[in-house]
Design a protein around this ligand. Sequence first.
Ligand code: C2O
Ligand code: CU
Length: 510
Amino acid sequence: MRLLSTLVAPAHHSCQRALFAFAVLLLSGCSGGRPLPSGIDRQALRDIAPAEDLDPAPGVVEVRLRASQVEYKFFDGGMSEVLAYNGQVPGPLIEARAGDRVIVRFQNDLSQPSTIHWHGIRLSPGMDGSPLSQDPVPPGGSFTYDFIVPDAGLYWYHPHHNEEEQIQSGLYGPLLVRGTNEPAFTRERVIVLSDIMLDRMGMPMPMDNSTDDPYMQALGMEGNVLLLNGQRMPVIELRPGCRERWRIVNSAGARYFKLALPGHAMTLVGVDGGLIEAPVAIGSMLLAPGERADLVVDSGTAGQGAGVLLNQSYARLADTVFTPPADTELAIVLTKGAPVDSPPPIPAHLRTIEVPDTPHPQRSITLNAALDPPLPDPPLLASAMEDGGMGGGGNGEGAARFMINGAIWPEVPAFEVRRGEAEVWEIYNHTQMDHPFHIHGFHFQVLDLNGEPWPWRGWKDTVNVPAGNGGENRLHILVQYEGEPGDWLYHCHILHHNAMGMMAAFTVNP
Ligand code: C2O
Ligand code: CU
């Protein structure tokens, strides 16, 4: 099982003890003059540099995004060759207000074609950056994206062409749309979670379709360096008594983050498509690739000192043989400085979310997989090979197939619906691993998992469909076709699953 544990929990094992020593030093207040353990960068978490708004007119945000290969320093000790927007990882923060027009002048200076997809934005299909809506912009080419951002929330952007390589090499960035009447707290941060796989020379190693590592085939590649705003193990400084709003996106290609901050109160106030109806106190927050969380974080009750933002153990492969990865540390959370007097309260009601009251026909979506080569461990293999799908259809190519309703992209039949209507989608996970399910162009509400009502009401565009439960998980979402007519994608946001076929289209008629 060495291979599996290396793949699933690659980062920070070797520096856990060192981190603990470092935290003890901070707590005892005698860190002065002691050299830091190697591999830990004690830099304050940076705000992501914003994109410059080139248009002074109110209601219009115009920015430039140039994708190119650059040398980038993730931490002391080496430069990495990455792909980046405007030379930074993550790409620049684009900020707008709900209803604004956003114009993005995209210049592709990569050596391969690319596009930009505006993940979660309900926009017109021609601006979606997907293979249904646009031919990729060739190397040296440019394209102007021009769209309205109708909904407040934290969104993000990334290529929708050769995503496995391009996103996992550094092409992703946040798009923050502010609403009117948003709750204000001591401070707001935008935090982009990601990871990257670097080799010994610090060079990224994106997974390509030819990998024969069965675990990568099954779970998608997780990086060996975990990043917050492009930084490894930064320090987040809180003032005693503060209450901060953390707006977090998981931009990783495959890694799940289950965030916990022991000793601090955390409250969920928003998800992908903005505020939820009412705040929910939470002990941890699971974020699958593509999902966002809007969290209110209180400084610890312990007063001054160091805490740790954890990525808690989470098993996204359901099997009794599978050992979930251990908890890992993401950031040091240091409480220091002048106390904040009385932090603003969290409103008891954040927003009214209506359940569309049209008839809701039900649509069935089944997620299935056939792995080739199979996972090596027999019991694991037995359960991962659901519906007898051994051997990848005998094509001998050694490729896994990740399917929707038994077919791979682009062979999954598209369906047609009408703008303004709503439907319940039953998403049946018939595999032994989780899948983050994403719909372009429209928002949905999560209703229930196996009949258990969802713990909060809000709008989403990406939701994790868990494995386990004997391969019998049925998640129900209510999709509201309130957006633009056209051809739209839905797919798994584990980039490898997407690349191996777990993607399909639907048409919204006017
Ligand atoms: Cu963020 Cu079609 O994806
Ligand atoms: Cu998937």
